[in-house]
Design a protein around this ligand. Sequence first.
Ligand code: FAD
Length: 430
Amino acid sequence: MPDSAPARQRSLWSAISEEPPLEAPPATGFLQTDVAVIGGGYTGLSAALHLAERGVGVALLEAGEVGSGASGANGGQVIPGLKRDPRNLERIFGSKAGPLVELFGDAAGFVFSLVDRHSIRCAPCRAGWILAAHAPGAMPPIRSRWQDWHSRGADIELLSAADIGELTGSHAYAGGLIDRRAGTVQPLAYARGLARAARDRGAVLLENSRVEKLVRDGGVWRLSGRGFEIEAERVVVATDAYSGPLLPALERSLLTVSSLQIATTPLPHDIGAPILPTGACLSETRKVAIYMRRGPHGQLLIGGRGPVGDGRPDSLYRDLYKRLVEIFPTVRGLGVEYRWRGRVGLTMDELPHLHEPEPGLHIGQGYNGRGVAAATTMGRVIADRITGGELADAIPVTNLSVVPWRFIRQPMLTAAIGYYRLRDRLGLGA
Ligand SMILES: Cc1cc2nc3c(=O)[nH]c(=O)nc-3n(C[C@H](O)[C@H](O)[C@H](O)COP(=O)(O)OP(=O)(O)OC[C@H]3O[C@@H](n4cnc5c(N)ncnc54)[C@H](O)[C@@H]3O)c2cc1C
């Protein structure tokens, strides 16, 4: 992989954000608030923004800087819906599925409306999301997804091999679909813009403020960390795959994997013009997911699953580059300017979860790699639960439970990813 000297081990997004860092102060001393939000990613920021808009006193505490979790590191693909298709949700939730399908079906549109309403400078582009079949055998589930959403009036189109060739500039795919409700943002700038909007509406933002203890004391919650204590009537925990030992069951209620990304140098016009020419983003149907998009300055980005723990991913970055060249042979030899990683929270049923294990404690998490739209929506729903808004019951509340056999499943996940990656390398993935 030809690194531009030196390929930076930080994200493209932190290098080019039009929304500046918040430079919020750390928490100190004692503070009393209506709602304390723990975690400055989309879930927490969206909850804080929607609470502040309704005049609720809110303090958001972030261990690092706003967007230092997955929300500042992701691919910026704003995809509506959930991993499971509407018919599947109907099977699971029966009559409660309708509002859920509608809520998450509108989730990408909701992101773009927030970007617009709060003038967030995050390079929004609503050019659609392509789901690309890496082999003919991957077309039946794509057709079924298309049919399911199409019958509900979604702006979604089935693509032949020729159509997808034109939309991607690659001959690598057997067909696919394009969901035109979707698009892209600069993900870190989007997080910072949400934070700015929340702060402008009265939310107190506190960075470099890790909450180390959370206890219920009589009718209130007490949160404390180095040099601060906060008293709040309610708490929103929005730490997803970055949860530490704060709540005993929380960290063990998800499986976590890392996702890696590389960004090339900006493509010269003759090479770049035919590649994803409309600005649509793309995911492949492989078991070990691969996703791609163009960057704001014409870079080409590719991402995929990394190691399960914090192991060194050098060979995996090389694999990503190799795959990029397989899909777009004309980029061979172009430098890689940035490479970075983040953590993804997975749930056993591939659905995000809302938990309320104790009175006044709200937890939203588990977006399975689709959190840009879904986490923003979750934050809004949590704000509605707290204020009695119209979406208060739109997401079913589930028990917070430890993933069964997690100590075995987590290493099994590593083995499974390795197995599917090997199949892909050998050309057997289907
Ligand atoms: C590399 C990568 C690519 C991805 N690509 C996409 C994509 O293209 N499209 C898509 O829809 N989704 C994507 N995702 C998933 C998406 O980024 C996440 O689902 C989403 O950002 C989760 O948001 P969140 O607010 O719940 O959590 P996070 O953004 O992870 O925020 C959690 C925050 O909590 C903070 N925190 C943790 N513990 C404490 C504590 N004790 N006190 C204070 N703060 C604490 C952390 O510092 C962190 O900032 C991707 C994820 C990764 C990692």
